[in-house]
Design a protein around this ligand. Structure first.
Ligand code: ADP
Ligand code: MG
Length: 288
């Protein structure tokens, strides 16, 4: 007997490096007429690097970095890994951290060396703003703020490379749905616009909290759109769950995102996303 089209599509998706969870999931993936892509870890490699440490208010850069890295040790966010890697690269000793807490889309906090350390988005941590964060974001980079006992201590300037094949994947998704995808990100508008420009996306929503991503999905659904969300982080999990269908980037992705999605990209390639959407659409035509 020949294999049913959806199972055969699941096998082919596997060869493209995408794990599709069920025949029903395989069928759903091709239904979308509206696609929302996360930025960090989805269009970018999700392997960000701290390019510069900009000390503030007389705190030594290395001290601020060590405190930040200690607080980030328990976080699985790609930015957290970048902060820890930067501290290790400088050979810094990381003090022990207690009372770790994380707020998806914002950052983390912990008690380190008797201090309350926070690491996260400048918008959340330095409400009045600061020139160091300004110039970092104006350059299309991600600014990560560090505060110690509520006082700004440093801005970390972070770079993340675009995935090879991200522009081609966006073009392929545009052809498949007849509509360019939207970029949804918690990062700052300028870093978002830079990635959008480099991948051919025009519709950009930046500075979003996880619940804002859900609100965007629900608004499209009220307009009658069938929505596919592609994301990697804990911050994307609610939107992945709210959407009709979802794909998680497995290479850098969080467990929560993978659990909330219909499919997981296990080979680290942007091209896998349009490939699995195309496979689903082909299989659906055969199923009828
Ligand atoms: P994205 O939607 O681009 O994947 P997130 O929603 O995960 O981004 O994060 C949004 C912003 O929140 C980041 O750009 C950063 O400023 C801040 N942030 C979130 N988690 C962390 C963390 N663990 N360390 C530092 N900053 C963080
Ligand atoms: Mg992400």
């Amino acid at each position: 007997a020949t294999m049913p089209p959806l199972l055969s599509a699941i096998a082919t998706a596997g060869r493209h490096g995408v794990l599709v969870k069920s025949a029903a999931a395989m069928e759903r993936l091709g239904t979308a007429d509206r696609i929302a892509l996360d930025k960090t870890g989805t269009l970018t490699e999700g392997a960000p690097r701290v390019a510069e440490v900009l000390p503030l208010d007389g705190t030594a850069g290395d001290r601020a970095l060590a405190l930040a890295a200690a607080a980030e040790l328990a976080s699985e966010h790609p930015l957290a890994r970048a902060v820890v890697a930067a501290a290790r690269a400088r050979g810094l000793d990381l003090p022990e951290a207690h009372a770790f807490a994380s707020v998806p889309g914002r950052g983390v906090s912990a008690r380190v060396d008797g201090h309350e350390v926070r690491v996260g988005s400048p918008a959340a941590l330095i409400p009045g703003g600061c020139p160091e964060a300004e110039t970092t974001e104006a350059a299309g980079r991600t600014a990560v703020a560090v505060t110690v006992d509520g006082t700004p201590a440093a801005v970390l300037a972070v770079d993340d490379r675009l995935r090879d094949g991200a522009p081609a994947a966006v073009a392929a998704l545009t052809r498949l749905t007849g509509r360019a995808p939207t970029l949804l990100t918690g990062d700052n508008p300028r870093a978002a616009r830079r990635v959008a420009a480099e991948t051919g996306i025009r519709d950009v929503r930046a500075g979003l909290l996880p619940e804002d991503k859900v609100a965007a999905v629900r608004a499209w659904q009220r307009d009658g759109d069938t929505v596919l969300v592609v994301g990697d982080g804990v911050n994307d999990a609610p939107a992945l769950a709210a959407a009709h269908t979802g794909i998680a980037m497995g290479h850098v992705g969080s467990d929560l995102a993978m659990e909330s999605a219909d499919a997981v990209v296990v080979r680290d390639e942007a091209a896998a996303v349009p490939a699995v959407v195309a496979l689903s659409r082909r299989a659906r035509r055969l199923v009828v």
